[in-house]
Design a protein around this ligand. Structure first.
Ligand SMILES: *[C@@H]1O[C@H](CO)[C@@H](O)[C@H](O)[C@H]1NC(C)=O
Ligand SMILES: *[C@@H]1O[C@H](CO)[C@@H](O)[C@H](O)[C@H]1NC(C)=O
Ligand SMILES: *[C@@H]1O[C@H](CO)[C@@H](O)[C@H](O)[C@H]1NC(C)=O
Ligand SMILES: [Zn+2]
Length: 228
């Protein structure tokens, strides 16, 4: 009995090691990229949200996709914001919007890349996806199907749940662990710059939470642009 337990633990540990999926610390210099560079791109995600209309958008979820195999800060390839309300497409979370946008940008016959569909598919293995909030299981699966090189998130699903967002309670870490049969696991870096990503996501369902900067509580109790 004890032997069986030890064998199970051993095999469990072995299977786990084989998956090679770890959730790295937010300041880990994965692929030699320093925290300051991660923070730069995470701030771009927040900037896109604020530029998308309001300093405190309700569905405040966005992504940027970056080529870090290019030197220095890396280069921006495409962006996406949650577009459910604008399009009526319930699957257009920020990550899906960004992935679809990248496919368009990479294959645009008049664009910078002019890739064939096959070249576009292969290009994702050089790219890193930044999202201000941990992906839902749909988006985390899409990230794995895309074979991204890296996946970096800010606010965790746990924080979203605590803040009142309805969520499917499967962490990205779990999706990654269970996707061991797919090639090229992306490196996973979580909880990056949460001191700046959380404020855009923790006011929507909590009337006592402070509004994001530039916003104040309105008569309806929501946050809206402050009148200056
Ligand atoms: C990423 O950067 C590398 C190195 O600069 C370059 O060869 C490659 O074409 C770039 N890919 C994309 C999709 O930007
Ligand atoms: C696609 O990405 C480009 C480059 O970042 C951006 O300018 C454009 O607004 C994005 N389009 C959509 C629909 O998000
Ligand atoms: C958030 O924390 C990072 C360190 O993790 C720090 O560099 C940054 O200045 C902080 N942002 C604000 C607005 O305080
Ligand atoms: Zn999602």
């Amino acid at each position: 009995m004890l032997g069986a337990i030890i064998a199970t633990l051993f095999l469990g540990a072995f299977a786990f090691a084989d998956v090679r999926t770890t959730l790295a610390r937010p300041d880990a210099a994965i692929n030699s990229i320093p925290f300051s560079t991660r923070a730069f791109w995470m701030r771009q995600v927040n900037a896109i949200l604020v530029q998308s209309g309001s300093p405190c958008p309700f569905s405040a979820f966005a992504s940027v996709i970056v080529n870090h195999t290019a030197p220095g800060l890396g280069t921006l390839v495409c962006t996406g914001v949650n577009s459910n309300r604008q399009t009526g497409d319930p699957t257009l979370h920020g990550e899906i919007a960004a992935i679809q946008n990248c496919s368009k940008v990479l294959t645009d016959p008049a664009g910078e890349f002019r890739f064939t569909p096959t070249q576009a598919l292969n290009a994702f293995s050089q790219l890193s996806l930044y999202t201000n909030a941990e992906s839902c299981s749909m988006c985390a699966s899409a990230i794995r199907w895309s074979s991204f090189r890296e996946y970096i998130f800010g606010t965790s699903i746990e924080t979203l749940i605590t803040a009142g967002w309805g969520q499917i309670r499967i962490s990205s870490f779990e999706v990654f662990q269970q996707s061991f049969e797919l090639p090229s696991p992306a490196r996973l870096l979580g909880n990056v710059l949460t001191n700046e990503t959380d404020p855009l996501l923790t006011w929507q369902f909590n009337p006592d939470a402070p509004c994001p900067s530039g916003c104040a509580r309105t008569r309806t109790g929501s946050c809206g642009p402050s009148l200056v």
